[in-house]
Design a protein around this ligand. Structure first.
Ligand SMILES: Nc1ncnc2c1ncn2[C@@H]1O[C@H](COP(=O)(O)OP(=O)(O)OP(=O)(O)O)[C@@H](O)[C@H]1O
Ligand SMILES: [Mg+2]
Length: 282
């Protein structure tokens, strides 16, 4: 058993387009800035769309999460440096990425099949290579990363499928971005029901922080929604709201920059920095 060092956060919400990837990347980069010279941050992409890599302006190197989960490639061989200073890009000396691609969707299918096959073989007394139980996949294959990095941030897709229990077993805390819009009003509990269901099955994950995103501060609806979040989760668990802002949208498109690189003095960057501090301070 390798020693656990990293604090592991999963950025999750079953709703699409609520700011999960933006939050994971901005938080990951912010934590890296916070601990520069003292430690390292790993961003893990669990979404076959591979948005973490592209939003940081990195090129895939052909090895990724799919190879790691199937046990074909050790985790340290699939991790990319996010530092682009040698190509005239931003300096990120202590930020690293475990990328994902379309191959992850295929890998998930083959993992389900091999887990099922191995249980059938066991039942009939046959021999099969022992499959890693699906809920242990991340703990098993990312053990070395967990022993090395100080923070591990998982960017989750809206639908985790068979990786859901693996994520809840692996992460210490969930960070849940909640889009503060019309459809969100009254439905806040839905965002965390997966996590509460996992807790009920004895899985040790906490809803750490709710991050209100796309907030239009002047709208009454947004204020009501913020109030509802605070009533449901308690003031200490609701982060400073992240405003709806074009700079947030522009940053990844502007040559793969993070919000802190693209508009570090902007109001949204300051709001995200408060989240970085909240996570850092535990
Ligand atoms: N606060 C914000 N203000 C304006 N645009 C935002 C904000 N947060 C995110 N966006 C933009 O909204 C889009 C969706 O954000 P993002 O990709 O972070 O969501 P997601 O939850 O990861 O989506 P998916 O469920 O598809 O993975 C992106 O184009 C992003 O730049
Ligand atoms: Mg995403």
């Amino acid at each position: 058993m390798t020693d656990k060092k990293a604090r592991i956060y999963a950025v999750v919400n079953r709703k699409g387009g609520v700011g999960k990837t933006t939050t994971a990347v901005t938080l990951g980069h912010g934590l890296a800035k916070m601990i520069e010279g003292k430690g390292h941050v790993l961003l893990v992409d669990l979404d076959p769309q591979g948005n973490v890599t592209t939003s940081l302006g990195l090129a895939a190197n052909g090895k990724d999460m799919a190879n790691v989960l199937t046990g074909d490639v050790p985790v340290e061989q699939a991790i990319l440096s996010a530092d682009r200073s040698s190509q005239g890009g931003p300096s990120r000396p202590n930020l690293w990425v475990l990328p994902a691609s379309d191959a992850l969707a295929d890998a998930k299918l083959s993992l389900v099949t091999s887990a099922a096959l191995s249980s059938v073989m066991d039942q009939f007394g046959g021999r099969s290579a022992p499959a890693v139980p699906t809920n242990q996949l991340l703990q098993t294959h990312l053990a070395k990363a967990v022993a090395t990095f100080d923070f591990v941030i998982l960017d989750c897709p809206p639908s985790l499928d068979m990786l859901g229990t693996a994520v809840y077993h692996f992460a210490d805390e969930a960070i849940v971005p909640v889009k503060v819009d019309y459809l969100g009003v009254g439905g806040t509990a839905r965002h965390t029901q997966d996590i509460i269901a996992a807790q009920a099955r004895g899985i040790d994950i906490r809803v750490g922080i709710i991050v209100p995103t796309f907030v239009r501060a002047r709208e009454i609806l947004a204020r009501q929604m913020m109030q509802a979040l605070i009533e449901s989760y308690g003031k200490s668990r609701v982060a400073v709201p992240i405003p709806q802002s074009v700079v947030i949208e522009q940053a990844p498109a502007a040559g793969g920059l993070t919000l802190f690189e693209y508009a570090g003095d902007s109001i949204p960057a300051k709001a995200y920095w408060r989240l970085v501090e909240k996570v850092y301070n535990g």
